[in-house]
Design a protein around this ligand. Structure first.
Ligand code: URA
Length: 473
């Protein structure tokens, strides 16, 4: 019996119904796929329609069969038919987990589910260009035939990006509107290293916690087979070596007094023990923040960046769509305008610490687009914990609030930006002074070109006020 392809579940189901209806026992059927028939001669293609089986197929079997059919084992069609054949006379067969036929098919389904999970965890996109547009391409080698079943997950997850996932046997492509399945590819068809690789490596190094290192579990959860396609893989061995050295040092150094840590609800997991008290440790801790519901739909926590002793700390509202995907603050359209205005004001952004009042992207899904939503008071309050810690560690001489959300977070109450902007205020953090100005997105939204130019000029003037703080540093 020939099926149209490796994952032709409908074809298999139709054939199984007909064969069952005609009473054909499992041992008399040779199952194949169209691709194999091209090699070995014409098979007996499943005709449309067909007889109904003489019994009701349990729903649990249908969903089990749909999953198990994605397994790479060429015998899977036969295993499934044998199970179906037996279910006619043994309706509770699926409950007998130790039955060899049940165990076989359950095992196949489990292996497929695991492969689906691994693909979600280990696919890494690399940015490339297609017709001037950004296009993200990933190479992945699944164990089973899971690409098509898994593609809708990536479509929902990366709705706003154009992407392709290439595998040796098929490829999936999303252009923001349609999902297409195409032929397989070679690894060489996928782009190599790019800037995103560094980003992943940096992220991985920052979340790597030697105190919780379990090499066996790492191999199980992140099988070596996937390592060669992961940018962070090049860090694994140096990090393991470093962790082991560190542990030996800790053993020889003896115990140290524990740090006093305030209790707070912001930690989902154990706090990292490496570099306690540093911005790196704080960033790693914030990566697991669950203090408000915004973490769940967001891609990642976008933490502040800049020198740990920066004299000026800029606070924005929250990461936007691009920041959420890339993991850096102010890298999207508002960030580019911010960069331009800073340069015009004579300020070097690399000397400043740049962060946000809220560290997860808040959005509403409209069709395929993630539309920015203003964070609410409770979200600003929940995230103030991280901003406070950043200010404590950086100890800037000046804090600049970009827009109303940042000002509200900083002063703990709504501040009228129009009235407060452009003059130095007391931020209440010891000697720290504060400055309020508009958010760059506000300038982007102004519809009138003349007003835009005028407001932009005022923004540059406000930023010029920060120069003295850098110079005196
Ligand atoms: N707007 C912000 O407030 N912060 C960012 O990081 C990007 C856009």
């Amino acid at each position: 019996m020939a099926l149209a392809g490796e994952i032709d579940f409908d074809g298999w189901r139709r054939a199984a119904r007909q064969l069952l209806g005609r009473g054909v026992p499992p041992g008399e059927i040779f199952w194949s796929t169209a691709a194999e028939d091209d090699l070995f001669g014409a098979g007996n293609l499943v005709p449309p329609g067909g007889e109904s089986p003489s019994f009701t197929v349990p729903r649990a079997f249908v969903s089990l069969a749909e999953t198990a059919l994605l397994h790479r084992d060429p015998e899977r069609f036969a295993h499934l038919y044998r199970l179906l054949w037996r279910l006619r006379d043994e309706p509770r067969l699926l409950e007998v987990a130790i039955d060899p036929d049940v165990a076989q098919v359950q095992g196949m389904a489990k292996s497929v589910r695991r492969d689906i999970h691994k693909m979600r965890a280990f696919v890494r996109f690399r940015r490339t260009k297609l017709d001037e547009a950004d296009w993200y391409v990933a190479w992945f080698e699944p164990e089973h035939h899971i690409l098509e079943a898994n593609a809708p997950f990536f479509m929902r997850r990366f709705t706003a990006m154009n992407w392709s996932i290439l595998t040796p046997e098929a490829s999936a492509h999303w252009d923001g509107a349609d999902l297409a399945i195409g032929p397989g590819a070679r690894k060489a068809d996928a782009p190599g290293d790019d800037a995103l690789e560094d980003l992943w490596r940096g992220y991985y190094a920052s979340i790597f916690n030697p105190a919780r290192l379990k090499i066996g579990a790492m191999h199980a959860e992140m099988p070596v087979k996937y390592w060669r396609n992961l940018p962070e893989a090049s860090l694994i061995h140096p990090l393991i070596e470093h962790a082991q050295r560190r542990m030996n040092e800790m053993v020889t150094d003896g115990p140290t007094a524990p740090n006093a840590r305030p209790h707070h609800p912001h930690r989902a997991a154990e706090p990292p023990k490496a570099e306690a008290g540093s911005l790196g440790a704080l960033r790693a801790e914030a990566a697991g923040c669950r203090a408000c519901p915004l973490w769940e739909p967001a891609t990642q926590t976008v933490f502040g960046e800049g020198p740990p002793d920066a004299p000026v700390l800029f606070v924005g509202e929250q990461p936007g769509d691009q920041e959420d995907l890339e993991g850096h603050p102010f890298v999207g359209p508002a960030g580019r305008l911010f960069d331009r205005a800073l340069a015009e004001a004579g300020v070097d952004r690399t000397h400043a610490y740049v962060t946000n009042a809220v560290k997860h992207f808040k959005f509403e899904l409209r069709g395929k687009r993630r539309i920015h939503q203003k964070p609410g008071g409770s979200e600003i309050k929940a995230c103030r914990f991280w901003l406070d810690r950043e200010i404590d560690l950086v100890q800037p001489r000046l804090i600049v609030a970009l827009g109303a959300t940042a000002a509200q977070s900083l002063f703990g109450k709504a501040m009228p930006v129009g009235k407060s902007r452009g003059r130095l205020l007391d931020a209440g953090q010891g000697r720290t002074q504060a400055l309020i100005t508009v958010h760059p997105s506000y300038l982007l939204r102004l519809p009138d070109e003349a007003a835009k130019a005028e407001e932009y000029g005022r923004f540059v003037e406000d930023l010029r006020l920060t120069r003295g703080f850098f110079e005196a540093a």
